[in-house]
Write a protein that binds this ligand. Structure first.
Ligand code: ZN
Length: 461
């Protein structure tokens, strides 16, 4: 699978991150079902013009100017930040991360093939794809009338283009361009669309299974990729195109211009766990997109904390059952995610297992643990790691817990309360259940800063 990656000229907002969460659900689903996945994601560090257009301001140049740095430093910085956010969301690393600037020769070769096959022509300011040579251009990915969509796309009047819909494969360098390479058509830089055609086919072959992106990629980006790739090879390019609907804040697309622009670190500064955002994203279908509200996120956080509490409590007394594979509830979960990645229905099956965690029957609890740890291969909420950690207590605290157990057995509740306070100082919150003491570990120590304090205290591990 090939995921259209970020243009690394600025922070990725949670709307951008949502697309990578969705791709991660797909990859994990395939792996649970036994497929061997090769996941490739590009990093666009050259050639992306504002508005996905051919003319106008270059995103990397804009970012470099804003940050008083060069495009390469800018790209390194925002790529690193993007991966920090991905890791906080438990998004698996792609097997290949391909940087556009590392693949200029592949792009130049592909453009050369398009010129040789008559699909592209050289003009005074660059090389263009001739859309009239590719029947069905712009109509392959959805049922909307192309005229309607074309009318919505930005068309520049450029006398060098034979047809206004033709798009740039190579742009001749203009004075002051910070990123430029030699090519048979003069020094310049590649168009954004050719990058993805060249890199995806380089790693995955002329025809591959799945190509993903956000709904904004449908046109022009992915229609252009199809025209370029199939024009050059004469073979089908991608078997399945997958697009997620946007994340919306107050029913509008999250865009920097609209104001409602949130980073993952903003959510954390409000006191939320990044994995609560992951759980929120699981609660909707990628075909619908995510209606983001703070109340929704608070609901997801409460749900995550409830799951964690029940898992930690059950895990302290019970090892997980090993035979989750044959469980009918697992079959229900798999049936849901195998049905067009229906994560809301899969979550409902997981919720059935969570309900079983509180069962008085040890066998039920073991079954629920085994199931949830298995389901978490797709959910990616770190449930096993969190529950296992909760089961580990340092030896001194074990001694205090044992003393408290004895105090309670002897009816010495005053001593028991003192020891509860002692445990709290050591970072354990103890509660008494019918089956004895249960604990949650909380981070001890003073909060580092006002912003992160909420998140620190929230963490139950
Ligand atoms: Zn792309």
């Amino acid at each position: 699978m090939y995921n259209c990656g970020p243009t690394v000229y600025d922070w990725q907002h949670i709307g951008n991150l949502y697309a990578y969460l969705v791709a991660d659900f797909w990859r994990r689903t395939f792996e649970l079902l036994g497929y061997r996945v090769t996941q490739v994601m590009n990093v666009t560090d050259v050639g992306h013009i504002v508005g996905d257009a051919d003319e106008g301001e270059d995103k990397m140049a804009l970012g470099a100017q804003r940050e008083h740095t060069d495009p390469q430093t800018l790209a390194t910085m925002y790529t690193e930040q993007f991966f920090v956010d991905r890791h906080r969301l438990n998004i698996l690393d792609p097997h290949v991360v391909s940087k556009a600037t590392d693949h200029i020769p592949q792009m130049i070769r592909l453009i050369g093939r398009l010129i040789d096959t008559g699909h592209a022509y050289v003009a005074s300011d660059g090389v263009y794809f001739d859309v009239t040579t590719f029947p069905g251009y712009g109509t392959r990915l959805n049922a909307e009338l192309p005229e309607e969509r074309m009318a919505g796309a930005r068309i520049e009047v450029n006398p060098n283009k034979r047809d206004p819909h033709d798009f740039a494969l190579w742009r001749r360098a203009k004075p002051g361009d910070l990123q430029q390479w030699d090519s048979p058509w003069g020094r310049g830089n590649p168009g954004w669309h050719i990058e993805c055609s060249a890199m995806s086919m380089h790693y995955l072959g002329d025809t591959f299974d799945l190509h993903s992106g956000g709904e904004d990629h449908l046109f022009p980006h992915h229609e252009c990729e199809i025209a370029q790739s199939e024009g050059a090879t004469g073979k089908p390019f991608v078997r399945f195109w997958m697009h997620n609907r946007f994340l919306r804040v107050d029913s509008t697309k999250m865009a920097k211009s609209a104001g409602g622009f949130h980073r993952l670190s903003d959510l954390e500064s409000w006191g939320f766990d990044p994995l609560a955002f992951r759980l929120l994203a699981l609660g909707t279908s990628y075909r619908k997109g995510l209606e983001f509200t703070r109340e929704g996120l608070a609901g997801a956080q409460a749900r995550l904390e409830r799951w964690r509490g029940l898992l930690a409590e059950a895990r302290q007394a019970t090892p997980p059952a090993a035979n989750a594979q044959d469980d009918p509830l697992r079959a229900k979960f798999v049936e849901a995610i195998a049905d067009d990645f229906n994560t809301p229905r899969a979550l409902a099956a997981a919720e059935d297992a969570v309900a079983m965690l509180a069962s008085p029957e040890r066998g039920d609890r073991a079954r629920a643990l085994g199931l949830l740890f298995d389901m978490d291969r797709v959910l990616g909420l770190g449930l096993r790691e969190q529950a296992e950690r909760a089961g580990q207590v340092d030896p001194e605290a074990i001694a205090v817990l044992a003393e408290r157990e004895r105090a309670r057995a002897a009816g010495d509740y005053k001593r028991s309360d003192e020891l509860r306070e002692e445990l709290r100082r050591r970072g354990y919150l103890v509660k008494d259940t019918k089956e004895g003491q249960r604990w949650e570990r909380v981070k001890s120590g003073a909060p580092k800063g006002s912003g992160e304090a909420g998140a620190e205290k929230r963490e139950v591990s």
